[in-house]
Design a binder for this molecule. Structure first.
Ligand code: HEM
Length: 523
């Protein structure tokens, strides 16, 4: 009996020691070795401490910046400055001043190579093909309730398979079929605006309105859910976004989800499970249904049926659920934000409202909007590109090195996370000239692809390489339809209640909404 107790005690002790060694090796020894290797390769950066890395310094810099710029980094409506890098990412702005456009910083025990240098980006993108990129494991785990293993998060052969299956769903014929949903949902919103402005001051929070309408559009376009039926998914996802990103300070710190924010972790898990149930019932119902529709989900299921091999070639039910979540989130907020920031910029520059109205008159006139007409809205395309330059919905791109990456004489060690600062690159005077912080859509009239940026990797609103945004054409189409309908019925001006406070909550959004004065053109 004593011998058995001794053996159990010994085994328990050995297991605890193995666990302890594993924890020390993964969270202390390996990060220190990686740090030394990065230093040997010439990458400098703020010195980290265990176990927070540079998180404490980031918090201190943010606090100091808030004290200088006001609590919310806000500017009153009379002063809308587009020079936002040092208020949105004050820690990066400060470290850039000390260490240049590439340096290493640490989120907990995770090394991140910060890059705002397109020349270096180009060298890396040549060295690694799309399939060879990973996504930071630390974010994959944290964001699992939101994206699961959807396309944004997958890696390697799984990513190739998903991308291959999903790409045809975004072909022009399928997009064309969505025109109707977009016009319907936007017209409904604008009819409500008409009643609202007649009865009140004319002030409308356009960001809230446009995001809800974009949710409606993607619910119809992706899953055929009509008449506000996507509301539950929309509300859950919005709550999940706030839960995950409003308080994500300790991501990368060992056991942070357990010790620093157990409530947040639990709430995110619950919301994630509720969203999963919702999409699971949708996918299951649709798989049983005999009726075919023109939405993205039907296209994916039909593709799966036609291959006949559900497990190997098509997407499993679980994978379909994760892609539904990814489309729903990635598909509405990014485009809605681009449209909202556009309305702000047009409110500050009314001459561009006139230019676009003139173009709409020429290209569309009194006819119903047709998919084929949209490519004629060239100036609107330039405004879209310029808005995404100044206010990129995706303010950063993240990657993880799956093996050592050789760049010239330098090595980026396997496991290093990479953080590409899009906000910084899009307003770097070395790339764009002295007017980098000004709203000038005309730069894209002369150079429609990169707006005169002197490096082709300096303008990346939709990412780069094989992992470029799959919804790029869908978003451009939706943007043009929504903006055409708004500008045909209303003019926009700044509200005195607007305070300019761009902030990140995964995407770059106005922290206090976007109230504008909306006036009907034809009372
Ligand atoms: C203005 C609108 C949009 C912007 C600015 C935008 C931006 C981006 C960026 C920067 C990436 C690259 C991320 C990376 O490399 O890690 C990306 C990827 C992605 N986007 Fe978008 N996006 C927009 C609209 C959409 C829409 C409408 C959808 C879908 C309905 C969508 C779905 C996705 C997906 C699934 C990926 C992952 C692609 C992959 O890794 O293969 N996006 N997007």
């Amino acid at each position: 009996m004593v011998a058995i107790s001794l053996s159990i005690g010994l085994i328990t002790w050995v297991l605890i020691m193995v666990l302890f060694v594993k924890v020390v090796v993964s969270w202390w020894v390996l990060p220190v070795l990686a740090h030394q290797k990065l230093k040997r390769n010439g990458f400098r950066g703020p010195p980290p401490t265990f176990p927070l890395g540079n998180i404490a310094e980031m918090k201190r810099i943010r606090k100091a910046s808030a004290a200088i710029n006001g609590d919310s980094h806000s500017f009153p409506s009379s002063k809308v400055s587009h020079d936002i890098h040092s208020t949105v990412f004050p820690h990066f702005a400060q470290w850039q001043a000390s260490y240049g456009k590439k340096f290493v910083y640490w989120l907990g025990t995770e090394p991140f190579l910060y890059i705002a240098d397109p020349h270096f980006m180009k060298q890396i993108s040549v060295a690694v093909m799309a399939k060879g990129w990973g996504k930071p494991a630390v974010f994959r785990n944290d964001r699992r309730p939101m994206f699961g293993d959807g396309l944004v998060m997958t890696e390697g052969d799984v990513w190739v398979r998903h991308r291959h299956i999903l790409t045809p769903a975004f072909n022009p014929a399928n997009l064309k079929a969505m025109t109707k949903f977009m016009v319907e949902s936007t017209t409904k919103m604008l009819n409500e605006w008409s009643s609202l402005v007649n009865s009140a001051s004319g002030e409308i929070d356009v960001e809230r309105e446009i995001t809800a309408t974009a949710g409606d559009i993607i619910a119809k376009a992706s899953f055929g859910i009509c008449n506000g039926g996507g509301r539950d998914a929309f509300d859950y996802l919005r709550a999940l976004q706030f839960t995950l990103f409003q308080n994500s300070t300790y991501v990368g710190v060992p056991f942070s989800s357990l010790f620093f924010c157990p409530g947040r972790t639990l709430a995110a898990k619950r919301l994630g499970a509720a969203i999963d149930r919702l999409f699971l019932s949708l996918v299951s119902e649709r798989k049983l249904s005999q009726n075919s529709s023109s939405d993205l989900l039907s296209r994916l299921i039909e593709g799966q049926k036609s291959t006949g091999d559900v497990g190997k070639m098509g997407l499993t039910t679980r994978e379909l659920v994760d892609e539904c979540k990814t489309f729903f989130f990635g598909g509405h907020e990014t485009t809605a934000l681009a449209t909202s920031w556009t309305l702000l910029l047009l409110a500050t520059r009314p001459e561009w409202q006139d230019i676009l109205r003139e173009e709409i008159k020429e290209v569309i006139g009194d006819k119903e909007i047709d998919f084929n007409m949209l490519s004629g809205l060239k100036k609107m395309g330039c405004v879209f590109s310029e808005v995404l330059r100044l206010y990129p919905s995706a303010p950063n791109i993240q990657r993880q090195a799956k093996g050592d990456i050789e760049v010239g004489s330098m090595t980026i060690p396997k496991g290093t996370n990479i953080w590409i600062d899009i906000v910084a690159m899009h307003r770097d005077p070395d790339l764009w000239g002295d007017d980098a912080n000004e709203f000038k859509p005309e730069r894209f009239v002369e150079d429609s692809i990169r707006g005169g940026c002197n490096h082709k990797m300096g303008y990346l609103p939709f990412g780069f390489g094989g992992r470029m945004c799959i919804g790029k054409s869908l978003s451009s189409m939706e943007y043009k339809i929504v903006l055409t309908l708004i500008l045909s019925r209303f003019s926009l001006s700044l509200s005195p209640n607007y305070s300019h406070s761009p902030a990140t909550l995964l995407s770059l959004r106005p922290a206090h909404g976007l109230p504008l004065i909306v006036t009907p053109l034809h009372p």
